[in-house]
Design a protein around this ligand. Structure first.
Ligand SMILES: Cc1cc2nc3c(=O)[nH]c(=O)nc-3n(C[C@H](O)[C@H](O)[C@H](O)COP(=O)(O)OP(=O)(O)OC[C@H]3O[C@@H](n4cnc5c(N)ncnc54)[C@H](O)[C@@H]3O)c2cc1C
Length: 384
């Protein structure tokens, strides 16, 4: 979608976010509590169903619109991490699920009656090396029995469904390195306390992340997505959308830090003049702005390729990398511009600083993006 067409969406997201000012987020941050009201308001306004096709009750908007929504949430000082996965996790179901599965789940997800915002991939032992994951799903009649553990399964306590990646064929018996993994749509409401245990992990920011344990957890065979053993491919297909949308969030964060710093540098007077009159204060703000704008172009490029159905793995990775660097640089600059006040809770800077740091590590860490570009784009020898 063109910038002009996105303007009304941006405006309505900003209007909604105005009801959730810094005090709202600070109170939740202190308690590490989930922003229920904010998520309910976004759901009710239909924003989280932006990418669900109209035939399933969503708005059928392109990824540029979803990116604009996420960017505006962050640029308003809010935190979309509480619910961003509701937007894109359903993509795996949409692209690879059966007609019956889509008809059963997507309309309820679009209406906000069902939350699908938990994504169980990372495990404590395998980490970034997803193909070494150990959680197993073994067929037993019309069910699979799942055993193992996931970590950093964000929002599991605030989601009805989880998209789970588990091994259905032992690694040594699989026909290739990437075969033998399968994707399941787990209805957590049915198995909490019956094979599924969720334990929250307290982190440096308010993120509702957890570790989950599976002990003979039954999952109906009808909830297998696509073909058994092909799951790694299905998960990968959703990762470009995730990277583009999280990159857009980082652009929003950078815009928030830059606006905050520019305003403060113009208002704060020391030595009888605004601090922003000193080039030592001006230039880091200008540098952050340049970095953010450059990253924004790559986010747009990745979104345009994605929308056109073209290969965009490199661009989605580069967009995520540049945008996460831009938001972190802007966060650091914003603290510096505010001097001591950058550390005071009531300015919200230290909270946003903690929140935006995550995106250098998740959903993919910086090194892994660099390795992708080095090996898949530049043809350098593979390191793993
Ligand atoms: C708050 C939070 C929320 C998250 N939410 C989810 C979620 O909802 N679902 C989910 O599945 N996961 C989630 N994650 C997990 C996240 O995707 C991983 O933390 C991330 O991919 C890195 O994996 P790891 O933590 O196991 O690090 P490790 O794999 O242990 O890596 C540690 C460090 O070593 C580097 N490294 C490892 N191997 C190499 C290599 N070969 N070359 C160069 N460097 C290397 C990494 O880049 C990293 O910097 C979340 C994580 C956090 C912190």
């Amino acid at each position: 979608m063109e910038a002009a067409d996105l303007a009304p969406i941006r405006e309505s997201v900003r209007a909604l976010c105005a009801n959730f000012p810094g005090e709202y987020w600070r109170a939740l941050d202190r308690e590490r509590a989930y922003p229920e009201k904010f998520v309910a308001a976004l759901t009710q306004a239909g924003f989280l169903a932006a990418l669900i096709p109209e035939e399933y009750g969503g708005s059928g908007l392109p990824i540029s619109a979803a990116a604009a929504i996420m960017e505006e949430i962050q640029a308003s000082g809010c935190n979309g991490a509480a619910c961003h996965a509701q937007m894109y996790t359903m993509g795996t179901l949409l692209r690879h699920g059966s007609a019956e599965q889509k008809a059963r789940y997507l309309p309820a997800i679009a209406r906000g009656e069902l939350r699908l915002q938990a994504f169980g991939v990372t495990e404590p032992t395998s980490g970034t090396d997803t193909l070494s994951l150990r959680t197993s799903a073994t067929r037993a009649g019309d069910h699979y029995l799942v055993n193992g553990q996931k970590i950093w399964t964000s929002r599991a306590e605030h989601s009805d469904l989880m998209l789970l990646l588990a091994r259905t064929t032992p690694r040594e018996d699989a026909k290739s390195r990437t075969a033998g993994l399968s994707v399941f749509l787990v209805d957590m409401r049915e198995v909490k306390g019956d094979g599924l245990t969720i334990r929250p992990i307290r982190t440096m920011m308010n993120h509702a992340t957890t570790e989950v344990f599976f002990e003979n957890m039954p999952v109906p065979a009808a909830n297998l997505i696509g073909v058994e053993g092909e799951g790694f491919r299905y998960i990968l297909s959703g990762m470009n959308a995730e990277r583009i949308l999280i990159a857009a969030e980082c652009i929003g964060d950078a815009k928030w830090f830059i606006a905050k710093a520019a305003a403060y540098a113009s208002a704060r007077e020391v030595f009888g003049r605004p601090i922003g009159q000193n080039q030592g204060v001006q230039f880091p703000i200008a540098r952050s702005y340049i970095g953010m704008r450059a990253a924004e172009l790559m986010v747009r490029e990745a979104a345009a390729l994605y929308q056109a159905g073209k290969e965009c793995g490199a661009e989605a990775n580069m967009a995520k990398h540049l945008a996460a660097e831009a938001s972190w640089a802007a966060a650091d600059m914003c603290v510096q511009t505010h001097g001591g006040f950058g550390f005071a809770e009531e300015f919200d800077i230290e909270r946003k600083f903690r929140e935006t740091r995550l995106y250098q590590v998740a959903p993919i860490s910086t090194n892994l993006v660099l390795s992708y570009i080095a090996e898949h784009v530049l043809g350098l020898p593979r390191s793993y």
